[in-house]
Write a protein that binds this ligand. Structure first.
Ligand SMILES: *[C@@H]1O[C@H](CO)[C@@H](O)[C@H](O)[C@H]1NC(C)=O
Ligand SMILES: *[C@@H]1O[C@H](CO)[C@@H](O)[C@H](O)[C@H]1NC(C)=O
Length: 332
């Protein structure tokens, strides 16, 4: 990652979309995209964003939310991934892995509490492609997922793990690191950027979108196909899982002791997106070429101290923290 960091530092000004921190909103067993109305859903999620988050979410989310844990004050979207757990190598108990705010390669986390960092890029990290192509915002009610908890082999590009150590992020891998990482485990989830132009969702929550990105990382999506002709922002999540305190319990040579909340394979890493920007705020940001890092001028930002006050109640009412003899919802 040194070369990317150096390249970014040289590329002044840098402009290519939005990047902002969102603090943790809640960690519970709900999934309004894949299992709407189910309380609880099958596995635990780590969720950030607006307080309209609920077991079921329809229509214009932004009209119901009154606060958001994201730095962009008019972004009431919800963003979530599975929660990571440590599975004790000898007694088999599980404990939730804490989340650290992402320390971006440039800039800081701005006072975020845990959470994840969200990107809406127009091309890649250092340029936009607005001269070639309009970037169309998602519409109210839009939702999508990337990846699948049942995957047992490598899925599409952009779903990666990195082993943080000594300030570096290391190589992007498709499965969990096989050795302890002194700085934690960094996960990335890149969503596809081509939309069919019609459906806010689809039965598998994926086929209304299409991925043309061929490589891991922030690379531009090649042209969208005629089946999915509308170019949307490239949405990415980055999360830092603080696995370091469990490294002393990882026996030398033993297998990776970290599991997602659905257990499964490391290839099962996945993420969910529920659009919830107010009005045309995201479209306005995507129409500009100067809006990376600084929030696009016209986009209203809030202090993370304010964002951190936004909460939702525990709607499931089960223990997800501390030592657990089984993962919530997972029968032995
Ligand atoms: C969540 O859904 C329940 C049941 O439909 C509803 O009563 C409640 O007001 C909703 N909460 C929010 C924050 O939208
Ligand atoms: C497993 O080990 C951990 C760490 O020592 C301990 O806190 C937990 O209670 C143990 N679980 C069981 C079921 O013994």
């Amino acid at each position: 990652m040194k070369s990317l960091s150096a390249a970014l530092a040289l590329a002044v000004p840098v402009y290519a979309g939005l990047r902002f921190p969102c603090s943790t909103l809640t960690t519970q067993r709900l999934d309004p995209v894949v299992q709407p109305g189910s309380n609880p859903s099958t596995h635990v999620h780590h969720i950030v964003g607006g307080n309209a988050f609920n077991a079921s979410m329809t229509g214009d989310v932004a009209s119901r939310a009154t606060c958001t844990t994201c730095q962009m004050a008019n972004d009431f979207s919800n963003y979530w991934t599975a929660q990571l757990y440590f599975k004790h190598p000898t007694n088999g108990s599980y404990i939730k892995v804490p989340v650290l705010p992402v320390q971006p390669l440039l800039g800081g986390s701005n006072g975020a509490q845990a959470g994840l960092t969200v990107y809406y890029t127009q091309f890649d990290l250092s340029k936009d492609n607005l001269k070639q192509q309009k970037i169309t915002s998602f519409k109210p009610g839009f939702r999508m997922t990337v990846g699948s908890p049942t995957a047992t082999s490598s899925q599409q590009v952009g779903l990666t793990y990195q082993c943080l150590s000594g300030g570096g992020r290391g190589a992007e891998m498709n499965d969990f690191p096989t050795k302890p990482c002194s700085g934690g485990i960094f996960t990335s989830h890149h969503f596809p950027a081509c939309w069919d132009g019609k459906n806010l969702d689809s039965p598998d929550h994926q086929s209304h979108m299409f991925n043309t990105i061929k490589y891991n990382g922030f690379t531009n999506a090649p042209a969208c196909p005629s089946s999915h002709p509308v170019r949307m922002p490239q949405v990415t999540y980055e999360t830092t899982w603080d696995t370091s305190k469990f490294n002393s319990m990882w026996p030398s040579g033993g297998k990776n002791p970290f599991v997602w909340s659905f257990e499964g394979s490391g290839f099962g890493t996945h993420a969910d997106y529920m659009f919830g920007w107010k009005g045309d705020e995201l479209q306005k940001a995507m129409d500009k070429s100067e809006c990376f890092y600084d929030g696009c001028g016209s986009i209203t930002k809030q202090q993370m101290a304010t964002a951190n006050l936004c909460t939702v109640k525990d709607m499931v009412g089960e223990k997800v923290e501390g030592w657990l003899t089984q993962l919530p919802g997972m029968a032995m």
